[in-house]
Design a protein around this ligand. Structure first.
Ligand SMILES: *Cc1c(COP(=O)(O)O)cnc(C)c1O
Length: 362
């Protein structure tokens, strides 16, 4: 079976985790600090603050920078945490349409901006950077806080500038992400004051032992988790290059199939997922293609099977405001993600290509 994702765990990783276990210091310490140094380097920011998950990163940033009743703009084609974090912070969430790259379409931002709008949350979907030059300009002009959901996009950049440095960056280190610590998250920022606040909030509101400057909580990462991610961070460029190379091989091999749209390349795309579109012009339905791949031992997933406002749990929430999003509506019915992770070898890639082509009758 070729899995849709596969963590990069080697002997060095095992050794580093064992070192932590034997050190007697299991909670946040030297290894978490090392992970934070790597992250601020990758994102090109002054600060990186490690947390227990990507969701914790989003929640903490929103709790600290926004007030209940304010509105935030994002898209309905995303993982639930982008939206749940905002709703739990008491924000109104306005969902706007995406472009053909599954990213927030900046031309729809203006319609969602009014005096209550306080923030924009672009999601770098599947590792492809959003048009941050345009979104960043709108955020500056309209004095909005820019929060990047970079959960899938470590190492990605737009116009040579890393994601997570345009606004406040929220990264995830969940088990399936490009870099994993099993569970984990990181916030990146240049803002000294915000960095202090974030660090304090996730550490019981305590800037120094048994002093409390705010009502905090515990969303800390542990040294055990950080140790899992360190070797991947050290070889991030290499791992990202492998993903990009794999994507190019897949796109080459899958070109020319009727009704199949392969992901166009974008500079700075780190291919967290390689997501094709099986359009109505294809001779095989998406579900049939997925079944064929499964029978042949090839993992695939529909990220995402539904739009956020298609879930009654979300659509019934009075703080969720979704206008018509025709492109997201169409794309959600066409997407299929194929394996692209760095663990694939040449014969794996050939098998994936052959199976998809077979489904198309080629
Ligand atoms: C994974 C992910 C998150 C949440 O990260 P966790 O570490 O799983 O909490 C948020 N947004 C997006 C787009 C994600 O893919």
């Amino acid at each position: 079976m070729i899995p849709i994702s596969q963590p990069v765990i080697d002997e060095r990783t095992e050794g580093l985790v064992l070192d932590v276990l034997r050190s007697g210091n299991l909670a946040a310490g030297r290894v978490v600090a090392e992970l934070e140094r790597h992250f601020s380097e990758v994102a090109g920011t002054k600060h990186a603050i490690a947390m227990s998950s990507g969701t914790a990163a989003l929640e903490t940033v929103m709790e600290l920078t926004l007030r209940p009743g304010q509105a935030i703009v994002t898209t309905p084609f995303t993982f639930a945490a982008s939206v749940s974090s905002a709703l739990r912070a008491g924000l109104e969430v306005r969902l706007v349409d995406i472009d053909d790259n599954f990213n927030l379409d900046a031309s729809h931002l203006e319609e969602a901006i009014d005096p209550r709008t306080a923030a924009i949350l672009p999601v770098h979907m599947f590792g492809r950077p959003c048009d941050m030059a345009t979104i960043g300009r709108i955020a500056t002009d309209r004095q909005l806080i820019l929060i990047e959901d970079a959960a899938q996009a470590i190492g990605s950049s737009h116009g040579g500038r890393p994601v997570g440095s345009w606004g406040v960056g929220c990264f995830s280190l969940y088990a399936t992400k490009n870099v994993t610590s099993a569970e984990g998250g990181v916030v990146t920022t240049d803002d000294d004051f915000l960095a202090d606040g974030l660090r304090t909030l996730v550490n019981q509101g305590s800037p120094t032992r048994y002093q409390y400057s705010m009502i905090g909580t515990n969303r800390r990462m542990t040294d055990i988790h950080a140790a899992i991610a360190i070797p991947q961070l050290e070889s991030l460029d290499e791992l990202t290059k492998k993903r990009r190379d794999n994507a190019h091989v897949l796109s080459e091999g899958l070109s020319g199939l009727p009704g199949l749209i392969t992901p166009g390349d974008t500079p700075g795309h780190v291919y967290h997922q390689y997501t094709v579109r099986v359009t109505p012009a294809a001779p095989i339905e998406r579900s049939a293609l997925q079944a064929l791949l499964t029978r042949q031992g090839i993992g695939s997933e529909t990220y995402y099977p539904r739009l956020i406002h298609d879930y009654p749990t979300y659509s019934s929430n009075s703080n969720l405001v979704a206008r018509d999003t025709p492109r997201a509506r169409r794309l959600v019915s066409e997407v299929l993600s194929l394996p692209v992770h760095p663990g694939l070898n040449e014969s794996d890639l050939a098998r994936i290509i052959e199976s998809v082509r077979q489904g198309f009758g080629y």
